[in-house]
Design a binder for this molecule. Structure first.
Ligand SMILES: [Zn+2]
Length: 129
């Protein structure tokens, strides 16, 4: 199953990285020019902006990876629970209380006790049929 969210995050992380590098260049030149702080500060601004956009980009990409992992786990869980359902369907009935009744068991309608099939009459006196 392809995830729209993780794909979007990956695209976003690439955009942030590209914008960060471009923005870093532009900002560094403009700032260095404006403030007359010279070449060194220009480089410094550039490095800071590129680094922060790189970190943001890495976080976004990491999130995308985590989401993909969670979704694949989720899919796997569904597969497992589906196959469990298939096996249980023929064997068990879920009772009102959520307990599982085996194929060789019956639940007393009077007292709720679960009896084996070979038990014809419940301890409370209720007959199986
Ligand atoms: Zn009973």
């Amino acid at each position: 199953m392809k995830s729209a969210i993780s794909d979007t995050l990956k695209v976003l992380s690439a955009i942030v990285l590209v914008l960060g590098v471009i923005g870093g260049f532009v900002f560094a030149f403009i700032l260095a020019d404006m403030v007359y702080s010279g070449f060194f500060y220009g480089i410094l601004y550039f490095v800071i902006i590129v680094l922060s956009s790189g970190i943001t980009s890495a976080i976004l990409y990491g999130l995308a990876t985590v989401i993909e992992l969670l979704e694949s786990l989720n899919d796997r869980m569904y597969e497992i629970s589906d196959s469990l359902d298939e096996t249980n369907k023929s064997m068990d009935i879920v009772t009102g209380k959520g307990e599982l009744l085996g194929e060789d068991e019956w639940k007393c309608p009077k007292c709720g006790r679960v009896n084996k099939n070979y038990v014809g009459t419940c301890v409370c006196g209720q007959s199986k049929y």
